[in-house]
Write a protein that binds this ligand. Structure first.
Ligand SMILES: [Zn+2]
Length: 188
């Protein structure tokens, strides 16, 4: 039922606010303006689970809003102080959560380079898929991701299907996500 509903789901983005209609918004303080009036022309796909290998908890929201309790899990000590975010997260169920308006700069890529341009946060949109490098992503996640990409392409003309990359591609040697489990052929 949920899969069938999301299969014909279409999203729309308000170009003025950069917000995706009809999804849960958990707005993060971890963002700023894109420098020099840059517009997004690259989509970066990430994989994330928090703590690693566990799905469905509140911790990704908490990390991206600067609220992760360092004592809740041994892994959190390392990451709790990081000022990071992404524009959106797609949970295992296909639910989309938005943290940063798409027109603003989210802090997801870190040290990165794409086609000779560094600092990919400046010109990219970061989408986290809840998962792990070696564990198959869910059907519902591909459905939501394709619908989200469709809405992004409709709203930001500099984006294109040819310019969608994994985090590992723009930060090789440092990042491995979304990993070999992510099936690029599933992007429509
Ligand atoms: Zn990543």
């Amino acid at each position: 039922m949920i899969a069938a509903m999301s299969a014909d789901r279409r999203f729309s983005i308000d170009a003025a606010t950069g917000l995706l209609a009809g999804v849960r918004q958990v707005l993060s303080p971890h963002y700023d303006e894109r420098p020099g009036g840059a517009v997004p022309d690259l989509i970066v796909v990430h994989g994330i689970s928090l703590p690693p290998g566990e799905f469905g908890g509140p911790w990704i929201d908490r990390l991206f809003t600067g609220n992760l309790p360092p004592d809740e899990h041994p892994y959190f000590k390392d990451v709790a102080g990081r000022r990071v975010s992404a524009h959106a997260l797609i949970r295992r169920t296909g639910e989309i959560v938005q943290y940063v308006p798409f027109g603003e700069r989210a802090w997801h890529a870190g040290n990165s380079e794409y086609q000779g341009r560094s600092a990919c946060n400046d010109f990219s949109i970061g989408i986290e898929i809840e998962g792990e490098d070696d564990r198959p992503y869910e059907e519902a996640q591909y459905v939501s991701l394709n619908a989200l990409i469709e809405a992004l392409l409709d709203t930001y003309p500099a984006l294109s299907r040819e310019r969608i990359v994994g985090h590992s591609e723009i930060a090789p040697g440092r990042k491995t996500d979304p990993g070999p489990a992510f099936d690029w052929k599933r992007l429509a």
